[in-house]
Design a protein around this ligand. Structure first.
Ligand SMILES: [Zn+2]
Ligand SMILES: [Zn+2]
Length: 555
């Protein structure tokens, strides 16, 4: 007798971001999505936040496939780290839609991971892997090639929606495959894991197609340069901005590495069509009159290193914003990013720019369905059990209430959390014992971006504080003349009463003795020795890395 079907979320519940769902049956595993999250303001200097996937590392040999629903960072962003840790060829296959696979491949390529087996899996095709049948279902979202994932087993089918809205007039490609969803519902969906992002919004999300004409109206009244900021992955939006620009005889410059990269990928797959001669290089924009230029830029979330943020702080090497420029925020802040966005907006006002956000005009459409669409998904698929995912605690609860509103009994709505699996067998469904889960931080330095020493410093400071060491040595022989002073600021793991403080002071004395023995008199060399010895000492004893700043004074 095989054990229960388990669905274990390692991320994405109680938060918006780093989605990762582990579906297990008969000792085998399918992973749906390997997402990341961007750090909050408190996680200073951390570049990325990944789900802790230690569980997968332990079970690497049991993995049949990874399926990525779409190309957004909160679904595909952690893939390079997952494959590197699990072993690129240990995972038999990574499935996704065409654009998703192309974006994943480009991402893996940047990490020099070229062995992984990525496969563009067509819809209406069931791939058998161990006890699972895997099928992708076409849905609409703010990026092309969004796919829900139906995983069938002999116990029943798990349907993971991924991010979706029911856009009846998508900018490109067909609407969601409601027929297939209804068929799955008729054949019986055991568990629906549904997107909860907009569970707090009544009604239906507006179609992406509404945004284009609105952008045109905005463009029509602007006399100066226009900067539109959006998610780099929002390919349809980029298309609509380019179309609006072309309609008003404006040239378009793409700003931000991810923006250029995604447009190139999407262009090669013909997901965007760029009119001949429309694109210009950012450095060329000064050759055109102000009313003939549109810049499409990253930075809609106020990200510290993004092009828009840099422009707002007059720190961009190619574009200097000035009075008369109009900045259109064609995105809304993801919960948690509001402060950074507000700061950016205020800097833009300071410069004298006009700022238009989704609150001023419908220049943005959410990629996630509202309440009525979530009800439609529930009614089409008629799941026996519902597990709301992709949302903070509030939205997960609201999604559960929507399920009950359309007739799912309360005891079949399973409010799981990261690390807590849903277990289903012939007798019913329940929450299982928690598994190891958590966060992993990624520091950009590790992945080939050595320019940002400042970030690393800030991270060290935010995590472990700073130790300032003042040593006074004799000019003649370098010996320590008074006891070295150790000052700690923001060091959470030692306080003044701690005897460890005295040990640190002794480590400084030892370092000074070592320097004196070696007849070293250059101050910066002595400071280097103190730094290295004390840092090693603290790491050895406490496994922490505060910043160590030695100051040596000669008397
Ligand atoms: Zn998402
Ligand atoms: Zn998404």
């Amino acid at each position: 007798m095989s054990g229960p079907l388990r669905v274990l979320p390692l991320g994405g519940l109680g938060e918006i971001g780093k989605n990762m769902l582990v579906v297990e049956y008969e000792g085998r595993i399918v992973v749906v999505d390997t997402g990341l999250r961007f750090p909050t303001a408190e996680q200073m200097g951390v570049d990325l936040v990944l789900p802790d996937f230690t569980y997968l590392k332990r079970r690497a040999a049991d993995i049949e496939a990874i399926v990525v629903t779409h190309g957004h960072e909160d679904h595909v962003g952690a893939l390079p780290w997952v494959l590197r840790e699990l072993g690129e060829t240990t995972v038999p296959v990574v499935y996704g839609g065409q654009l998703t696979v192309a974006m994943a491949r480009s991402k893996l390529d940047e990490h020099k991971l070229r062995e992984a087996n990525l496969e563009d899996l067509a819809t209406e095709t069931v791939k058998q892997h161990g006890p699972f049948g895997i099928e992708l279902v076409h849905l609409t979202h703010s990026i092309p090639d969004m796919r829900g994932v139906a995983i069938s087993t002999d116990l029943g089918t798990v349907l993971v929606t991924g991010d979706y809205k029911f856009d009846q007039t998508p900018v490109h490609g067909p609407p969601a495959d409601v027929a297939r969803l209804a068929e799955l519902g008729r054949d019986g969906v055991l568990l629906l894991c549904g997107d909860s992002t907009n569970a707090d919004r009544p009604g239906t999300a507006v179609s992406e197609s509404v945004v284009g004409p609105e952008l045109e109206r905005v463009f029509a009244r602007c006399r100066g340069r226009i900067v539109v900021t959006s998610f780099a992955s929002n390919i349809h939006r980029v298309q609509q901005v380019m179309d609006a620009a072309a309609a008003h005889g404006r040239k378009v410059a793409l700003l931000g590495r991810s923006m250029r990269k995604n447009v190139n990928i999407a262009r090669s797959l013909e997901h965007v069509k760029v009119p001949q001669g429309l694109l210009v290089q950012p450095r060329e924009i000064d050759q055109f009159p102000d009313d003939k230029v549109v810049i499409i830029s990253t930075g809609s979330q106020g990200e510290p290193l993004s092009a828009l943020r840099r422009m707002a702080y007059n720190d961009h090497h190619q574009v200097e914003l000035r009075e008369g420029d109009t900045i259109v925020f064609s995105a809304t802040p993801i919960p948690g990013n509001e402060r950074a966005v507000n700061e950016t907006v205020d800097r833009l006002f300071h410069i004298g720019c006009e700022v238009i956000t989704a609150r001023d005009a419908p220049v943005h459409a959410s990629g996630h369905g509202y309440q009525e669409e979530m009800k439609l998904m529930l009614n089409l698929t008629k799941p026996r059990y519902v597990m709301p995912v992709h949302g903070d605690h509030k939205r997960i609860r609201l999604h559960g209430q929507l399920a009950q509103a359309v007739g799912v009994p309360a005891d079949r709505v399973l409010r799981a959390q990261n690390g807590t699996p849903v277990e289903i067998d012939g007798r019913g469904a329940r929450l299982g014992a928690p598994e190891h889960h958590g966060l992993v931080f990624v520091d950009g330095v590790d992945i080939g971006d050595p320019s940002d020493v400042a970030l690393r410093d800030r991270r060290m400071l935010s995590a472990d504080g700073i130790l300032i060491i003042v040593a006074t040595i004799s000019e003649e022989d370098g010996s320590s003349v008074v006891a070295p002073e150790v000052m700690a600021r923001g060091v959470p793991f030692i306080d003044r009463e701690d005897p460890f403080f005295e040990d640190v002071r002794e480590a400084v004395e030892d370092a000074l003795d070592r320097a004196a023995d070696q007849k070293i008199t250059e101050i910066d060399v002595i400071e280097g020795i103190i730094h290295d010895d004390v840092a090693a000492f603290i790491y050895d004893r406490r496994k922490r890395r505060p910043m160590v700043l030695p100051v040596v004074v000669e008397v």
